[in-house]
Design a protein around this ligand. Structure first.
Ligand code: G3H
Length: 258
């Protein structure tokens, strides 16, 4: 019955949040590997979750990119109230994604769907380190960086290490290095092995992993059976305040290997 299914799902949510030692886990029925509707539901659930956890006043929400984040953003609803205003900013700049799934685009869509505002971080992809460092001195960039530093919420996804490295056209040397270090997960431009230890980091401005630890509201969104291993690896050392929004296919696979 539907009731039994719901109870079973709640049990899985509890087991996962206990297994990772995180604040909360929400599991959507289905498998986002091949069901788009699961991603739409992530949008509803993210909206409801933020509605619950965001305090009144001015919130700054730092968001990452990726296809999950982009699809989730499209299906969000209003979060603005008379007492609560939200500003969306990209969490980190320029980690090599296609335009539509860049953090800048995701934060713009989230702002428009939720009735909030957004600020972009204009740092082109693929810059030399020299140009990159001098760009950092620009006042307009400094201003957005300072907003990012003040964020009280972060929303991000989790990807498979080698898949993400290939999609972002990382070099052959980097690919070899990731393989040698058994990288299985990627988030925030950091790569993790199965134990959740960082094995590589793309040096970019914006939030660093250690900053995320101190942000009071953290939401991770990732689903699909193919991502189970990556989710498990990243979540092992995820900040304890994290809410994980995932799907049934990933959740069952995670618990199988637990
Ligand atoms: O950092 C993780 C990636 O952004 C996930 O990308 O949602 O396209 O799998 P994806």
């Amino acid at each position: 019955t539907v009731m039994n299914q719901l109870l079973g799902m709640h049990q899985v949510e509890k087991e996962i949040s206990q297994y990772f030692g995180i604040k909360r886990c929400i599991v959507v029925a289905g498998n986002s590997d091949n069901q788009e509707k699961v991603l739409y539901e992530f949008g509803d659930i993210l909206t409801d979750s933020l509605d619950l956890i965001l305090p009144e006043g001015e919130n700054i929400i730092a968001v990452m990119g990726g296809t999950t984040m982009a699809m989730t953003a499209e299906h969000m609803g209003s979060l603005e109230t008379e007492k609560r205003h939200n500003l969306f900013v990209p969490a980190r700049g320029g980690i090599g994604e296609a335009m539509t799934v860049q953090a800048n685009s995701v934060s713009a869509v989230m702002a428009s769907k939720t009735g909030g505002h957004h600020r972009a971080l204009y740092v082109p992809e693929q810059l030399s380190l020299e140009t990159y460092n001098s760009l950092l001195q620009e006042p307009s960039i400094q201003e957005v960086l300072s907003l990012i530093e003040q964020s009280n919420c972060v929303v991000h996804s989790i990807g498979r290490a080698l898949h993400m490295a290939a999609r972002r056209k990382m070099s052959d040397e980097e690919m070899v290095m990731l393989k040698q270090n058994n990288a299985v997960a990627e988030s925030f431009g950091y790569f993790f092995d199965e134990e959740g230890e960082v094995v590589y980091k793309i040096p970019r401005i914006g939030l660093q992993l250690k900053d995320v630890q101190k942000i009071p509201n953290v939401v991770a969104i990732a689903g699909g059976k193919t991502k189970a291993k990556a989710i498990r690896a990243y979540m092992k050392n995820a900040p304890k305040q994290t809410w994980l929004i995932t799907d049934e296919a990933a959740a069952n696979e995670i618990l199988k290997g637990a």
